[in-house]
Ligand binder design. Structure first.
Ligand SMILES: [Ca+2]
Ligand SMILES: [Ca+2]
Length: 220
């Protein structure tokens, strides 16, 4: 009986490893990541035509990545904006009501080219729901690749209002003078970072309880 219990525990451990390893990610180092594709050729110019986006996080930060069809290194023009709206309380009736989507954004992160060291900016909504009123919170991490824009937003910068347990987001590219170019709406609530120590502690506790239970059963 004890041998069978240990075999069950070993299988549980292998199943856990099988789940955790894919979550460690291939696009970036992360505890969680999910990719959302978008059709090519549905926006122009090609710099703002999204191929796919990625949402990821680790214990410290949330990462948002755009992959676009055109080489951003050729787009030295401040008119092209890359934005991610964040509905951190997952309530579309609070924050900025993003036109066309059930997203009430408390924050958005944005980048556009304004020089060789253009910073990203994180904004907090201070308006009444439909007006475009934002305060700058911080300059998040930014990486510009040939076909990629990647933001690293520190979780601690999303503190007023603070993150709930889930987040609703919208990726948008925008061209000044023309308006919205391309969007990706995951259309699902996404998890937000949990302290990895708590998760590890929970797993250890669960395995410990299972072991004690099986051991006691084997003694009956
Ligand atoms: Ca597209
Ligand atoms: Ca909201």
């Amino acid at each position: 009986m004890l041998r069978r219990g240990l075999a069950v525990l070993a299988l549980l451990f292998l199943a856990l490893v099988a789940v955790v390893i894919p979550l460690s990610g291939t696009v970036m180092a992360a505890d969680y990541e999910e990719l959302f594709p978008d059709p090519p050729g549905d926006a122009s110019p090609s710099y703002v035509d999204i191929n796919y986006v990625v949402y990821a996080y680790d214990s410290e930060k949330i990462t948002f990545l755009f992959s676009v069809r055109g080489d951003i290194n050729n787009c030295y023009n401040s008119a092209y904006h890359y934005r991610v709206y964040m509905d951190v309380d997952n309530d579309p009736s609070t924050g900025y009501q993003v036109p066309g989507f059930p997203v009430g954004a408390e924050y958005f992160v944005s980048w556009n080219y304004v020089g060789p060291t253009s910073p990203a900016k994180l904004f907090r909504y201070v308006g009444s729901g439909s007006d475009w009123s934002w305060d700058v919170v911080s300059n998040p991490g930014i990486f510009i690749g040939s076909y990629q824009v990647k933001f690293d937003v520190q979780k601690s910068d999303l503190s007023n209002p603070g993150l709930g347990s889930e987040i609703n987001i919208l990726y948008e590219t925008y061209v000044e003078g023309e308006g919205r170019a391309d969007t990706v709406y995951p259309n699902k609530v996404l998890p937000v970072p949990e302290p990895s120590l708590l998760i590890a502690g929970g797993i250890a506790l669960g395995v410990g309880i299972a072991f004690i239970y099986l051991y006691r059963r084997s003694m009956v």
